[in-house]
Design a binder for this molecule. Structure first.
Ligand SMILES: C[S@@+](CC[C@H](N)C(=O)[O-])C[C@H]1O[C@@H](n2cnc3c(N)ncnc32)[C@H](O)[C@@H]1O
Length: 239
């Protein structure tokens, strides 16, 4: 892994890690960096959610991840315009249930077709907060002509079941499971994937395992470092 300042970056000085010859990771602001990266076959992203994260009563103390979500602003939403069909053939976007009414019309207007997929969690948190159990998380796969979903018959299910990743595993409250990310990487067309909100690098790990090129962006230096380590380890196992 080569890691250092990239003074030549079009988005200004920033830390960049190059891992092998197919992975580049930027530590910085996605809204400034993503437009400078040009065309990607797929943008796969898990941006900050927008939802009411209050409440939980006495169960809240058993969920330190909930407080970390608030501390890191991961309940404050994101600017939808980072999903740009002029820069990618397809986009996969995780979101909270409450974001669907605004996000779906935005993506429908931008791409030619979309599918709503579901990550089903067999171990939902025991908190309902006057709502349904948080046992599912939606993600949208939208595409333009030529970038439709791919995969064997068993890969084309819209529901994937996988346990949540504990906050303590990578020090991050919203890490996506390998099984979910492996499926997404199998489903998206093309060889070059970008994740502008990569967190601990789960999309990058799946991309490396599948032999695809990956570009990731993360603004939090601690999570960026975790992503570098995880992706470098994946590349050692899948050179
Ligand atoms: C929901 S988390 C992604 C978690 C990731 N899927 C994983 O498995 O680790 C969103 C991430 O986006 C990062 N983030 C938020 N705003 C950002 C921005 N403007 N530029 C770059 N990263 C940002 C946060 O620090 C956070 O780690």
């Amino acid at each position: 892994m080569i890691i250092g300042l990239d003074p030549g970056s079009p988005a200004g000085d920033m830390t960049v890690a190059r891992i092998g010859n197919r992975v580049t990771l930027y530590c910085g602001d996605a809204y400034a960096i993503r437009p400078t990266l040009g065309w990607m076959d797929a943008d796969v992203m898990d941006p900050p959610y927008l939802f009411d994260n209050r409440g939980g009563g006495h169960f809240r103390s058993t969920r330190p991840g909930s407080n970390q979500i608030v501390e890191e602003g991961l309940d404050q939403g994101f600017d939808h315009r980072i999903i740009n069909p002029l820069l990618c053939g397809a986009a996969v976007v995780f979101c909270h249930n409450d974001q669907l009414p605004r996000l779906l019309p935005f993506m429908t207007g931008s791409f030619s077709r979309f599918a709503l997929l579901i990550w089903e969690k067999p171990n939902p948190m025991p908190v309902r907060n006057k709502h349904y159990l948080p046992d599912t998380e939606p993600f949208i796969h939208a595409w333009t002509p030529g970038y439709h979903p791919l995969g064997d018959h068993h890969d084309m299910h819209r529901v994937i079941k996988a346990p949540s990743v504990k906050t303590s595993t990578f020090g991050h409250p919203t890490v996506k499971p390998d099984a979910v990310m492996d499926k997404i990487v199998r489903n998206v067309a093309g060889e070059r994937i970008c994740d502008p909100f990569m967190g601990t690098g789960s999309t990058g790990v799946a991309a490396v395992k599948a032999g695809k090129a990956f570009v990731g962006i993360e603004q939090n230096p601690t999570h960026f470092e975790t992503a570098c380590q995880r992706i470098a380890a994946a590349l050692e196992q899948h050179p």
